[in-house]
Ligand binder design. Structure first.
Ligand SMILES: [Zn+2]
Length: 426
């Protein structure tokens, strides 16, 4: 897929007509402006016909899934890894500073009036803030290359309003746009029960070492055949064995676990996802892009119904509401990297010599995280030796070379804050 911008920089519909793109580029009627994902900008006036495109976002703290679909096909699929090292880095910094206060070292200006941040409305912990910002940035990048008209994001894995109604035996509130159905209600309750029971088997409490969880109607033996959330409990597949259900097993038959309906902590569960949702509304609604939310159980039910693999980009496609459209031919894997390393000295210097911890920005014309070609393999510079040699790795962390020579490298793309690789759909 080639992404296309108009002469004035507005996104147009992407194209698969590679021959035409080649022709446009050769005749200088378009110019390439981005390599990955490949984007061209037309240099002549064109009509700005666009279809409606929905962007699905599978928000997550480890992986963000993205998918842009029309009614007939998927135009873009991506998985992004936000930074996960922030809280560790802050913790290290805190302990180093605290030990430094007791030693006679370089002068540091006293800091004491710097504790107000947490009182600002909308303040988030730095690690959460970084993740929210990553979500917003990758969504912004997509709106620059695709004419997106609607963004859908998952805010929680289950619908608590529905759970409450089911518990009290009230008619379940039906959303205007989300599908109804027994499978959906079943998956919703399941997700809630797993969350309530802390994703652990309530019989063996994880002793069986099995990760496969089931929901069990524990009150069945009492004659309670309802699907009420409080009549269900989490069991692992080992404990949920059919022989354990029989009265003579003296296990599940007659078991009366203490369960109280709880919604405690459900508000905090999705603090990151809610922040993304609210900030998306603030940013995009004024420009006419609709922001909608959905629940994880709906995504999951869709994934099961269409027998799709469990991948974040596939979940994102389910979120758009078009799980069965033609998938994109390729997908993009990207990773957020640190902008800068501010550590001045190594904390435990070798042989007691205090040395600068920062390598020069440029080494033989290359920077950290530049994308280079080394013996026909695309990889990234992950380390620069003072001797002028380079460590090379791919985005998944696979080592290509430990000390590659400069003359074997060819610069493909200078470093960006999000390193992106194109991958073939399997
Ligand atoms: Zn168990």
């Amino acid at each position: 897929m080639v992404y296309v911008l108009s002469k004035d920089g507005q996104p147009l519909m992407p194209t698969k007509r590679y021959g035409k793109v080649k022709h446009l580029l050769r005749s200088k009627r378009a110019k390439a402006i981005k390599r990955c994902p490949f984007t061209i900008q037309l240099t002549y006036d064109s009509d700005s016909y666009t279809q409606s495109i929905t962007l699905g976002v599978d928000a997550g703290s480890k992986t963000i899934g993205l998918s842009a679909t029309t009614k007939t096909q998927e135009l873009y699929a991506a998985e992004v890894t936000p930074r996960n090292d922030i809280s560790d880095l802050l913790e290290t910094r805190r302990s180093l500073r605290s030990s430094r206060r007791n030693r006679k070292l370089r002068y540091r200006e006293p800091r004491f009036l710097n504790r107000t941040k947490s009182k600002h409305p909308g303040w988030l912990a730095p690690s959460v803030r970084a993740k929210v910002d990553s979500h917003l940035k990758v969504i912004e990048d997509m709106t620059k290359i695709l004419p997106i008209s609607k963004i859908i994001i998952e805010t929680a894995s289950f619908d608590l309003q529905k759970i409450k109604a089911m518990e009290l035996g009230l008619p379940t509130p039906e959303g205007t746009d989300y599908q109804k159905g027994e499978l959906l209600d079943f998956v919703n309750v399941r997700e809630y029960v797993f969350w309530r029971d802390n994703y652990t088997c309530q019989w063996c409490h994880g002793k069986s070492k099995s990760n496969i969880l089931h929901t069990h109607h524990w009150a069945y033996w009492k004659g309670d055949h309802t699907d009420k959330p409080s009549s269900q409990i989490t069991l692992c597949d080992k404990c949920n064995d059919s022989k354990n259900h029989k009265p003579e097993a003296k296990m599940l038959w007659g078991w009366e676990p203490k369960i109280t309906f709880t919604a405690k902590g459900a508000a905090f569960m999705g603090i990151m996802r809610w922040s993304v949702y609210n900030e998306l509304k603030e940013i995009y609604e004024p420009s006419g892009i609709h922001i909608k939310m959905t629940y994880g159980y709906i995504t999951k039910a869709n994934r099961i119904a269409y027998n799709l693999p469990k991948e974040h980009r596939v979940d994102a496609r389910c979120i758009t509401g078009y799980p069965d459209v033609l998938p994109a031919e390729e997908w993009y894997n990207s990773k957020k990297i640190r902008c800068h390393n501010r550590q001045i000295h190594k904390s435990n210097p070798k042989r007691g010599v205090r040395k600068l911890n920062q390598a020069p920005y440029m080494v033989n014309g290359y920077r950290l995280f530049d994308k280079v070609l080394f013996k026909n393999t695309e990889c990234y510079i992950t380390g620069r030796r003072s001797t002028g040699y380079f460590a090379l790795k791919t985005l998944d962390g696979q080592k290509i070379h430990d000390s590659a020579k400069v003359k074997d490298l060819k610069l493909i793309e200078p470093r960006k804050l999000y390193l992106t690789e194109r991958k073939a759909q399997v």
